[in-house]
Design a protein around this ligand. Structure first.
Ligand SMILES: Nc1nc2c(c(=O)[nH]1)N[C@H]1C(S)=C(S)[C@@H](COP(=O)(O)O)O[C@H]1N2
Ligand SMILES: [Mo]
Length: 431
């Protein structure tokens, strides 16, 4: 049984299944002999944040009690308009029309958790350990990072490797992401490269290993939910950041506060949240979700539904060329002329052109395309479209990158549903 199979869709069924365990994981409540739930201080703070007020009679709350005010989405503290795909662990995506901004607001940055976020996210006591094959192993506070290294702010695109999984047929197990497991926020932090250079990368290093403080769903302290890494060459690129701010303010707890990696253009699973350790290795990392079928695809094209032996899987590196239409929204009723707009990105490459079709792909017109604001940022595009007469239309968008690679019409199927970069289509009624 995989972690993904072991999930409950909503908070109420989760509590119904095992109230004491649910209490502990959600609110940090400790059940005692007389069956009354006692909230630990951190748990009480969480529950109070979720209902939006302090809870004077919290001592009277029974075990397994879910406050009636908790609508399903209220597990998403500080998030706005996201679609909750799973609440254990929390996974939520952003509808495309809420991704219209050039820089994704923190409240609209998707959330992909593999485990339970840590209780302690205190930036003042947080430390990051750099060890493994380095000349000078280091333990750095966030203040040390700010003092010892150049602080930079960059707009960086993060996309989950499983974005678009929901469209696979036969279906792939896991969160059924549609379009919205992607965002481009402004991250402030220090370059991973600068920190590794100071630590002194030894000549035998080939790979990094990233660790965070979130805990495994099973509650087993010896298991980690996810620990991934990247080749040392990628780690030394100047847009890979150890970030401590999101959009000029404190990071959202669900996005990895107080410290995370941001690895633009690669599966966002490499961007460890709640980061407390980076180890340099003389071999490819073998941490949780690095092996088996996790974030790996067959080394060769396979037929839809084909059973592929695990040894034929390779680690996903760069994400493929892709675009998103963020205006108008799918299903909108519009006038005869409108602007269509969105974003486009392609792993470590830049986008060369974005084209739009309103006739199911028969003809295409060029959209106006901006350069990225910095390397690793998605590119914004727009096109003024005039529809010939009233009726139902679909706007399709396709991006082509600087290697001449264009988005496909159909899904290149793989067993775990990664890397779906098919064209985005938006249905419109013109009246
Ligand atoms: N510690 C930790 N880091 C993590 C994860 C996690 O579960 N735990 N999920 C990874 C995955 S799979 C993705 S897609 C991104 C999502 O980042 P976000 O939740 O800030 O959007 O974080 C990555 N970093
Ligand atoms: Mo992911």
């Amino acid at each position: 049984m995989t972690l993904e199979d072991d999930k409950k869709k909503d908070i109420h069924s989760f509590f119904a299944a095992d109230p004491e365990k649910a209490d502990k994981e959600f609110f940090g409540r400790v059940a005692n002999a007389d069956r009354r739930g006692f909230l630990k201080k951190t748990g009480l703070a969480t529950m109070a944040a979720m209902v939006g007020a302090s809870i004077p009679f919290h001592r009277n709350m029974p075990v397994g009690f879910v406050p009636a005010a908790l609508a399903q989405e209220s597990v998403l503290i500080g998030k706005d308009g996201l679609t909750l795909l799973n609440d254990r662990p929390i996974n939520a995506e952003t509808p495309p029309e809420l991704l219209d901004d050039a820089i994704t607001p923190t409240s609209r940055h998707f959330v992909r958790n593999n485990g339970i976020p840590p209780e302690d996210m205190n930036p003042d006591t947080w430390t990051l350990t750099i060890d493994g094959f380095v000349d000078n192993p280091m333990v750095l506070t966030i203040a040390d990072l700010k003092e010892q290294f150049e602080v930079v702010t960059m707009a960086l695109t993060l996309e989950c490797g499983g974005n678009g999984r929901g469209f696979f047929n036969p279906p792939a197990s896991g969160n059924q992401w549609t379009y919205g497991a992607v965002a481009c926020a402004e991250w402030t932090g220090v370059r991973l490269r600068d920190v590794l250079e100071k630590a002194g990368v030894q000549p035998n290093v080939v790979y990094t290993a990233h660790y965070g403080t979130d805990t495994h769903l099973s509650g087993d302290p010896n298991k980690v939910p996810i620990s991934r890494g990247i080749p040392i060459e990628k780690a030394m690129t100047d847009n890979v950041l150890i970030a401590f701010e999101q959009n000029g303010a404190a990071m959202n707890p669900l996005n990895g506060a107080p410290l995370r990696l941001v690895v633009p253009g690669w599966p966002a699973s490499t961007a460890q949240k709640w980061l407390n350790r980076i180890q340099l290795r003389d071999q490819v990392h073998d941490g949780a979700k690095m092996t088996g079928k996790s974030y790996r695809v067959p080394a060769y094209p396979v037929a839809a539904g084909e059973d592929v032996p695990e040894e034929d899987f390779v680690i996903i590196e760069r994400m493929p060329v892709k675009s998103l239409i963020t205006f108008p929204a799918n299903g909108a009723d519009i006038g005869a002329a409108t602007q269509v707009r969105g974003h486009a990105w392609s792993g470590d490459r830049t986008i060369e052109k974005v084209q739009i079709s309103i006739d199911f792909g028969a003809t295409w017109q060029m959209a106006e395309l901006d350069d990225p604001v910095n390397s690793g940022a998605w590119q914004n595009w727009r096109a003024d479209i005039t529809f010939p007469k009233a009726g139902y239309y679909e706007v399709w968008a396709r991006a082509t990158d600087d290697a001449g690679i264009m988005q496909p019409f159909a899904i290149d199927w793989n067993p775990k549903g990664y890397l779906n970069n098919t064209m985005h289509r938006v249905g419109l009624r013109v009246s």
